[in-house]
Design a protein around this ligand. Structure first.
Ligand code: PBG
Length: 326
């Protein structure tokens, strides 16, 4: 039936009606808060390009994780800035590495929060690339051994979920085998399955002190022009044992997110990356848009496209705002 029998505006007339027929929800339980940890004590260094975010020493990090748990956020994702960087990223898999210490401290202090550990090497290598460098190339297969070691070391420290983000071929399989072989059969893998070579990581590289010292990441991260290739990346990661997959960044890749969810149906995450956060922050600071509404809209769109959960720098603010933003 067409107009005038059908009037779609009937169901938009009041907030109560709109709430009744809303197709998608955004809850604090859908959010994961990324946190940066650095050496030291009592340190809380502001990240210039990400207002409200800090590099925390372990003691301060525990407070930040506790605030997240109190707000109802179910999980944090840890990124480490090590004391020292070297060619082989040894800080990433050191038993007493920065993320390992941070993970232990959070798990000891807080019972109701999951710790996800980002598993990558760019924060730990002197050259800033996500793998072993030979000449000016990133050696895929040599990197797998480091990924395996790092996963086991993170699991040993108490990580609830390991999240490999290096975009090396075969990394999920290498990590699954290593975890299984070391008694961590029950540690899930959240694979950054389709991670694009994105300019929207800009602010993160300041936060994690991890810009590549030569070239860029386009020999391992995906070409923004490709969507079909993302389906192949996801299929391979699932075959290798990924329990959940992630699409990253989020907003510019909603088509990919939607296609992945429709095709595979397994738990699917989206990473709303640093640049997505900073764009809204900067525009809001200039008074150019309504921050709460823009943030809600961006995140509900990511849910609508198929995300089961969202890794987002807005997690804490959203937890506060969700009650009255719709
Ligand atoms: C790699 C990693 C990056 C991000 C998450 N994991 C940076 C990169 O690939 O250059 C970016 C996250 C963000 O921008 O918020 N360790």
């Amino acid at each position: 039936m067409a107009f005038p029998q059908t009037r779609l505006r009937r169901l938009r007339a009041t907030p109560a009606l709109r709430a009744l027929v809303r197709e998608t929800s955004l809850e604090v339980g859908d959010l994961v808060l990324p946190l940066f940890v650095r050496p030291g004590k009592g340190e809380k260094r502001p990240i210039q390009s990400m207002p409200g975010h800090f590099q925390y020493s372990v003691d301060e990090l525990v407070k930040a994780a506790r605030a997240a748990a109190s707000a109802g956020i179910p999980a944090v994702m840890l990124f480490g800035i090590p004391e020292r960087k070297d060619a082989m990223a040894s800080g990433a898999y050191a038993a007493n590495g920065i993320v390992q210490r941070a993970t232990r401290a959070i798990k000891d202090a807080i019972t109701n929060i999951l710790v996800l550990t980002d598993l990558c090497f760019c924060e730990y290598t002197s050259h800033g690339h996500c793998g072993v460098v030979r000449g000016h190339k990133i050696d895929n297969d040599a990197t797998l051994a480091l990924a395996a070691k790092t996963a086991v070391s993170q699991a040993r420290a108490g990580a609830d979920i390991v999240a490999p983000s290096g975009m090396m071929d075969g990394q999920v399989g290498a990590i699954r085998r290593a975890l299984d072989g070391s008694g961590f059969k029950d540690t899930p893998i959240l694979a950054y399955a389709a991670k694009y070579a994105s300019a929207f990581y800009g602010p993160f590289r300041e936060a994690a002190e991890s810009p590549p010292q030569f070239g860029d990441r386009s020999t391992y991260q995906m070409d923004p022009a490709n969507a079909r290739e993302a389906l192949r990346e996801v299929a391979l990661d699932i075959e290798e044992g990924a329990d959940m997959v992630m699409i990253k960044p989020a907003l510019p890749y909603l088509d990919v997110l939607s296609a992945v969810k429709a095709r595979f149906g397994l738990p699917t995450a989206a990473y709303s990356v640093s640049g997505e956060f900073s764009m809204i922050k900067a525009a809001a600071a200039k008074g150019w848009l309504d921050e709460r509404k823009a943030v809600y809209e961006a995140h509900i769109a990511i849910k609508r496209a198929g995300a089961d959960f969202i890794i987002t720098y807005y997690a804490l603010e959203l937890a506060r705002w969700l009650g009255n933003v719709r």
